[in-house]
Design a protein around this ligand. Structure first.
Ligand code: CP
Ligand code: NVA
Length: 309
């Protein structure tokens, strides 16, 4: 069983815990009889910024497990404004059984979890997106039936999604490379920690600035927006910096023919990825999106069972 209160970042999870999440996700995806139930349990959904996939997949997932959800929109929750993060965490812990929270700052989420007596799940912060990365490695395994010797290449901004992918890939022994412009590399500390995990697993982590070089021999090519939800004001500047990092049919000439294309979505079509690539046969972006549901159901089930009151 998963042995922790929260799911904040993947670096602290053991390989065994990750395997357990992936294995239950597989069962839940196949489970037509609904043998897994969270009857009478309530999930709080706290969002400081917009969400489509994360909010709806958690919500639908909880309903499928026969539990319930309460959504707290940015206007309602106002963490640290209407009341302190600490007080909100203490109060909500008395009503709910589990919370998934999307905050601007990672520190806010950590503080919230520290003061909450129920499990808290990271639904994206400026630094990490662990549920996304778990669904991504689940999708990769689904396609290749293995991690060893499989190569994932991320092209674009060294952001929250890449950080969680670095942890997820290195924990399970999936090779990962990334191509980012100078000054937009992933966080040094995250990279160092992930490199340690990869060394232990005998897998590879490699950084590039040239996307053409990076995507050679990639089994999966992954991209994300050039300006994340807390960086919208930088978009004009970033459009210039990232223009050679667009996933388009010209760039893909440098990759294997059967490379599969991934994107966490929402995508800015025409910026980091073109329509023709998003809609191509080799694009698995909607499988990825669907798998958020199965993986989050597994996370909810395992965390609630591990923290029975
Ligand atoms: N991929 C993802 O987390 O999407 P949302 O921002 O729509 O939740
Ligand atoms: N990097 C993006 C991911 C969205 C799912 C963001 O933080 O906005």
């Amino acid at each position: 069983m998963l042995k922790r209160k929260d799911l904040i970042s993947l670096d602290v999870l053991s390989k065994k815990e990750i395997d357990e999440i992936l294995s239950l996700s597989r069962k839940l995806k196949k489970d037509k009889k609904n043998n897994y139930k969270l009857k009478g349990k309530t999930l709080g959904l706290i969002f400081e910024k917009p969400s489509n996939r994360t909010r709806v997949s958690f919500w639908a997932g909880m309903v499928q497990l026969e539990g319930q959800c309460i959504y707290l929109s940015p206007a309602e929750i106002q963490l640290g404004k209407r009341e302190s993060v600490k007080d909100a965490a203490k109060v909500l812990s008395r009503y709910l059984d589990v919370i998934a929270a999307r905050t601007f700052s990672h520190e806010t989420l950590v503080e919230f979890a520290q003061h909450s007596s129920i499990p808290v799940i990271n639904a994206l912060t400026d630094q990490f997106h662990p549920c996304q990365a778990l669904a991504d490695i689940f999708t990769i395994y689904e396609k290749k039936k293995k991690f060893k010797g499989v190569k994932l290449v991320y092209v674009g901004d060294g952001n929250n999604v890449l950080h969680s992918l670095l942890y997820a890939a290195s924990k399970v022994g999936l090779d990962i490379a990334y191509a980012t412009p100078k000054g937009y590399e992933p966080d040094k500390k995250v990279l160092k920690t992930a490199s340690g995990f990869a060394k232990k697993m005998g897998s590879m982590i490699k950084g590039y600035t040239n996307p053409k070089e990076a995507i050679k021999n990639a089994d999966f090519i992954y991209t994300d927006v050039w300006a994340s939800m807390h960086q919208e004001k930088e978009l004009t500047k970033r459009k210039k910096i990232f223009k050679d990092y667009q996933i388009n049919s010209v760039l893909l000439k440098a990759a294997k023919k059967n490379t599969l294309i991934m994107h966490c979505l929402p995508a800015k079509r025409g910026l980091e990825i073109t329509d023709e690539v998003m809609d191509a046969k080799q694009s698995i972006v909607f499988d990825q999106a669907e798998n958020r549901l199965h993986v989050e159901k597994a996370i909810l089930y395992l965390l609630i069972k591990a923290n029975k009151k």
